[in-house]
Design a protein around this ligand. Sequence first.
Ligand SMILES: [Ca+2]
Ligand SMILES: [Ca+2]
Ligand SMILES: [Ca+2]
Length: 262
Amino acid sequence: MLSTNKIMISKKISTKIAYIAAICAAINIAAITKTPTANAASLSIANAGFEEPIIGEGEFTTNVLPGWTLYDPSNLTSASIGVGEPIYGAYNPTADVYFNEAPEGNNVGYVYLTYPPGSGAVGISQTLTSLLTANTKYTLQVEIANIPPVNGFTILDGFPGYAIQLLAGGTLLTQDFNSLSIIEGAFVTSTISFITSANNPNLGQALEIRLLNILESDGIEINFDNVKLDATPIPEPASILGITFGFVGASLALKKRKMIRQ
Ligand SMILES: [Ca+2]
Ligand SMILES: [Ca+2]
Ligand SMILES: [Ca+2]
């Protein structure tokens, strides 16, 4: 009788230990999930909404886009640029092109390529002043649009496909390679994320954003807008250890209970 009581008391104690350990683990999880939102920072991107230069309704610039440079690894566009054909720039769409015109401000960016599908990827690129940092979650968000064939511009029919890339020191960290289907006249939001470990080989290298027209299918022009890059510190290893100890504590208590039952 006495020993049964002892077992019951031990059971109660071990149950309490299990609860306390579980609560400790939960607190550690809460601390981790809270930390990132508190410290999230927007990284500086020059001309992120393509509002420079200021241009009139329906107008566009020809290969002029402050903050951004042409990315053309196979030199596909050199002859076209030489004769002044527009390849990239800022564009101020009218309401008959996009119902809401631009998702942000007045302008969007464009990449316009009159080459057959399979010719190669061309786009715009920006190297940031921000450097790749350890234990950080990077989230890149870009609005992408399929410009419709309105006002007799049947050449704008179709969509060539896009890629949104995040790099550091010239190394691709992550990309959205044409995963979203975009109907004529629509803007969609592409969001990609990358978490750096403590020993990523590109730590300290400059971040770079590329927005590409990949010429994968029939179509010549893509529009982009409202480029955003957030950096959020992720938990220190100490907090992760806290979780581990919490769960170890819970499992030890459960083991104790099993031993008492036997
Ligand atoms: Ca804009
Ligand atoms: Ca407009
Ligand atoms: Ca189109």
